[in-house]
Design a binder for this molecule. Structure first.
Ligand code: ADA
Length: 549
C-alpha cells in the first residue's frame, strides 16, 4: 500500500469563441476565410443571421498541441465531421451523442481544428420528430494529451451492494502487461496488474456508502499506471425488479418525474449547466426523483448533476416513432445498435442511470419488430449486465414485444388525444384508462407510464376549463398522480413534459403545436410554472406528510 505521484493528463479546454462560416449549399472543401465567430457550446441556428436556417455551419479554431491526443465533443447536431489540419479525423453521425477521437496531432505547434455541423435532416433525424433539430456544438469540447500507453476503458459496476464490492474492468491501449495502482476516495493505493492490456477484478470499497436519490453518496476511484491516470466518480447501488416493482438497494421505489428535453428558446440544445442544475433543483424541491431523458443521449454534464443531486435517469437512443418499412431495414437496426453500444459505454459509470431505453414509440405491434428489439436489447446487455432495459410504446394492448424487455413502458394520452364532440373535457377518462392499461400489462414486470400529459398555454385560464387551459392540464395531471400513488401496480410515471419545448416550425404538424412549441410542459420554456406545477407539488407534499405521520 502506498501513495504515489500521479501522471495527470494535460487537458486543453476548447470552449469559447471559434471562427464560423455558414452555407446553405454543400461545400466542395473547407472554407479558408471565416468572416464570423460563434460560441462553443452553442447552436448557430438560434443566432442571427442564421436563425432557423438549415445548412452547414463550419466552426474553426487554432489549438496548440502535439503528440497523441484524445478529442472529446459532448454532442453536436444534427451530424458533424471533425477535421484536424485539413485531415478528416472522424464523424459525429448522431445528434446529441458524445464522441471521442484519438489521433496523432503531430508536432508540438499550432494546429487547426474544424467541426463541420450540418443541421439538415438526415437518416437518423427526420423532420417529423416532435422536437426541434438544432445545429451546432451542444456541449463542451476538450483535448487531452495521451501517453503512448494509456488507459482506454474503465467500467465500474456494483457487484454486491450489501458488501460494497465493485467490479472494475479496464483496458490499456496496447495488449501488454503493466503495473497499476488503484485507490478509492484518496485513500491507500492497492497494487494491481494489467495482463495483456486487461484488468478485471472485484474489490471491496473501503468505508462504502450506498447511492440513492435521498443520499447520493459518490465514491471516487483513481486508477494509475506508470504513465497514465484515470479518475471516475461512481455510486454503489443496486437496481432490480420484483414483479411489478422496481427495487433500489433492495427497497421498492416509485419513480415520479418528467420527460425532459435539453432545450431552451435561446440556447437550443446547448443549455448551460446552470440551467440544467436549476431544472433538477425544481424537480427535487417538488418531490420528484426521476427524469426520462427524451429522446436521445443525455449530456455528460447533465448526468453528472443527476449523480450528484440524486436523480434517477432513463437514457435512450435517438429515434422517434419509427414505422415499417424503415423500422425493419438492416440499416436502421445497425444505426440503433451502434447508438445503443456507444451510449451504454459512454454513460456506463453514472449511478443515476437505472433504465436504458431505445427507440421511442416504434411500431412494436408488428411481429417483425421483435427481432429489432431483441437485437438492440442484446447489444445493451452485452455491455451492461445490470441496468433495466426498456422502450416506450404507444401500441398499448396491441404491443407484441413486451416480453422482450425488463420494464413495460407505455405512453398513453387519455385526457388529451381522446377528444369528443360531446364533452368539453375527458378528465374522467384518465384514471379509468390508466387502470385498464395497467391491468392489461404483464403481471411479472414493472409497468411505467413513460409519457402522459396535455397541452396548456402558459397564462391561459378560462372558466370552461377546456383543453389548452392551465386548469385542464392541472386536473388531468392530478388524476395521474392519484393513479400512481394508489396501489395500481404502477412503478412510476414520467409526465410529458417538464418544460415547453420548441418543436415543428414547418410541415403539416405545426397545427398541432401552437407557437411552434410542444406546450405540454408543466413549466413554460422559460421554466415559469403553470398551475399544474403547484398542484403536483401540493399533492406530493401531502403524500410525504402522510408517509411521515
Ligand atoms: C409522443 C412522443 C413525444 C411527443 C408526444 C406528444 O408520445 O413520444 O415525443 O411527441 O407524443 O406531445 O404528442
Amino acid at each position: 500500500m502506498r501513495k504515489g505521484i500521479f501522471a495527470v493528463r494535460e487537458k486543453i479546454i476548447l470552449d469559447g469563441l471559434w471562427d464560423f462560416a455558414f452555407s446553405e449549399e454543400n461545400m466542395d472543401r473547407l472554407p479558408e476565410n471565416f468572416k464570423d465567430v460563434m460560441t462553443v457550446p452553442g447552436c448557430f441556428d438560434l443566432m442571427e443571421p442564421y436563425c432557423g436556417k438549415r445548412g452547414i455551419g463550419v466552426y474553426h479554431r487554432k489549438v496548440a498541441v502535439g503528440g497523441l491526443v484524445r478529442l472529446f465533443i459532448e454532442g453536436t447536431g444534427l451530424q458533424s465531421q471533425v477535421w484536424f489540419d485539413g485531415r478528416l479525423i472522424g464523424q459525429c453521425p448522431y445528434a446529441y451523442m458524445p464522441e471521442e477521437f484519438v489521433f496523432d496531432a503531430g508536432a508540438d505547434t499550432i494546429h487547426e481544428l474544424v467541426i463541420v455541423s450540418d443541421n439538415r435532416y438526415n437518416d437518423s433525424f427526420h423532420p417529423n420528430f416532435d422536437f426541434f433539430g438544432y445545429g451546432g456544438v451542444y456541449g463542451t469540447v476538450f483535448m487531452e494529451k495521451l501517453p503512448e500507453l494509456w488507459i482506454k476503458k474503465l467500467f465500474i459496476t456494483t457487484e454486491d451492494y450489501l458488501a460494497g464490492t465493485v467490479r472494475i474492468q479496464s483496458e490499456l491501449s496496447q495488449s501488454c502487461n503493466a503495473n497499476a495502482f488503484l485507490s478509492f476516495d484518496g485513500k491507500d493505493e492497492f497494487p494491481l496488474e494489467f495482463e495483456n492490456g486487461r484488468l478485471d477484478i472485484t474489490i471491496k470499497v473501503p468505508d462504502f456508502k450506498l447511492w440513492s436519490p435521498d443520499e447520493p453518496n459518490l465514491h471516487r476511484l483513481v486508477l494509475r499506471t506508470d504513465c497514465d491516470m484515470r479518475q471516475e466518480n461512481f455510486g454503489i447501488r443496486h437496481v432490480a425488479r420484483d414483479g411489478r416493482k422496481i427495487l433500489l438497494n433492495g427497497k421498492e421505489i416509485k419513480l415520479f418525474g418528467y420527460n425532459r428535453h435539453e432545450s431552451h428558446p435561446e440556447f437550443g440544445a446547448a443549455t448551460p449547466v446552470t440551467l440544467m442544475a436549476a431544472d433538477l433543483r425544481m424537480l427535487k424541491k417538488q418531490g420528484g426523483n426521476f427524469i426520462r431523458g427524451s429522446h436521445y443521449p443525455q449530456r455528460r454534464s447533465f448526468l453528472e448533476l443527476c449523480d450528484t443531486m440524486g436523480v434517477l435517469v432513463w437514457e435512450e437512443t435517438l429515434s422517434w416513432g419509427t414505422e415499417a418499412p424503415e423500422l425493419h431495414t438492416p440499416e436502421f437496426l445497425q444505426v440503433q445498435k451502434e447508438q445503443a453500444a456507444k451510449l451504454t459505454e459512454a454513460s456506463f459509470n453514472h449511478p443515476s442511470i437505472i433504465i436504458r431505453g431505445f427507440m421511442n414509440e416504434n411500431d412494436s405491434s408488428l411481429p417483425e419488430t421483435r427481432t429489432v428489439i431483441q437485437e438492440i436489447y442484446r447489444t445493451i446487455r452485452s455491455i451492461d449486465s445490470k441496468s433495466l432495459i426498456s422502450f416506450a410504446s404507444n401500441r398499448y394492448e396491441k404491443d407484441l414485444c413486451l416480453d422482450l424487455v425488463d420494464v413495460v413502458s407505455m405512453n398513453p394520452y387519455p385526457g388529451w388525444y381522446d377528444a369528443s364532440y360531446e364533452e368539453i373535457d375527458t378528465v374522467d377518462k384518465v384514471y379509468t384508462r390508466l387502470k385498464e392499461l395497467s391491468d392489461a400489462m404483464p403481471a411479472d414486470k414493472p409497468f411505467l407510464v413513460t409519457e402522459i400529459g396535455c397541452e396548456a398555454l402558459y397564462g391561459f385560464r378560462d372558466p370552461l376549463n377546456a383543453r389548452w387551459t392551465e386548469e385542464y392540464q392541472s386536473e388531468v395531471l392530478a388524476e395521474v398522480c392519484r393513479f400512481l400513488y394508489e396501489d395500481n401496480g404502477c412503478a412510476g410515471v414520467s409526465i410529458w413534459l417538464f418544460a415547453d419545448t420548441r418543436s415543428f416550425v414547418t410541415g403539416p404538424q405545426i397545427f398541432l403545436r401552437a407557437r411552434g412549441f410542444n406546450n405540454k410542459g408543466v413549466l413554460d420554456e422559460y421554466r415559469r410554472p403553470k398551475q399544474a406545477w403547484k398542484k403536483i407539488s401540493d399533492i406530493l407534499e401531502k403524500l410525504k406528510g402522510g408517509q411521515e405521520s
